[in-house]
Design a protein around this ligand. Structure first.
Ligand SMILES: [Zn+2]
Length: 254
């Protein structure tokens, strides 16, 4: 082999080895994130799924469809490319894979996506309502109300249903000018929540927070049916001290 060709070959071999190691690491992370859902009481049976993406490789890893959590292993995770093709894994991917794919394509900041039917958040989704910001627990994580995306039309449901679910979420954030980094959660009418984060673990963390916030909002309205959303200054103070350019909450570098 010519020396230049040989160098190119070597570089490619090293890169693909690094990529393979990274992919194995991502499978472990996504597996762990999936296992956190039943641990936190967010899923029943096999409902729910988590994915995580390697942007450089252009691949994401997602839970297989309908496999019991007790039987899951990191090797069972399914690898998908950005055209939605399965490139690795013996199982079919989660039935919601096309929704995850659309979210990754539209929102480049996303590193992980979660879908559950956790009951408090799902009850708001089924009611077709945004979750108003009633206090600091909400404001610590979400900058403003958690939006509820519109119903899918019969054509959208009978067509590419899971892809259209993703497109309706994206439409909601665009139309309402919501930054998905500032509001890492959405409710889908008649369905349930999706959350996301910079990786799969953070997306699960946000799913847990969303469930707590949904529960608190329900009980808040029960305690006072005339309650008003918290003032904007609460939203500004609590979100920005944690996530804004001059954040000071927590420990430096964490
Ligand atoms: Zn679902």
């Amino acid at each position: 082999m010519h020396i230049v060709g040989w160098r190119k070959f070597l570089r490619k071999a090293v890169k693909s080895k690094e990529e393979a190691v990274m992919l194995e690491e991502l499978k472990k992370q996504v597996y762990e994130a999936n296992m956190e859902l039943p641990r936190r009481g967010l899923v029943t049976y096999t409902w729910g799924n988590v994915s995580g993406i390697d942007r450089e490789a252009g691949l994401f890893v997602i839970k297989p469809s309908g496999v019991d959590y007790e039987l899951l292993t990191p090797d069972d995770m399914v690898v998908i490319d950005m055209e939605g093709n399965r490139v690795e894994g013996k199982y079919n991917p989660s039935s919601d894979t096309a929704t995850h794919l659309e979210l990754y394509k539209a929102f480049p900041e996303l590193g992980g996506v979660v879908h559950t039917h956790s009951p408090w958040a799902t009850s708001w989704a089924q009611a077709g309502r945004d979750i108003p910001c009633y206090g600091t627990t909400h404001a610590d994580y979400m900058y403003g109300p958690i939006p509820c995306a519109r119903n899918l039309t019969p054509e959208e449901i009978n067509g590419e249903y899971e892809k259209n679910t993703g497109l309706v979420i994206i439409e909601t954030f665009k139309n309402r000018n919501i930054n998905p980094v500032y509001v890492p959660a959405v409710l889908c009418t008649n369905h349930g929540p999706f959350t996301w984060g910079k990786n799969a673990a953070e997306a699960v963390h946000n799913a847990v927070v969303l469930e707590e916030v949904a529960k608190m909002a329900t009980l808040t309205e029960l305690n006072n049916p005339k309650v008003q959303p918290a003032p904007d200054c609460i939203k500004e103070k609590h979100f920005m001290r944690k996530h804004g350019p001059n954040a000071y909450y927590g420990q430096p570098g964490k």
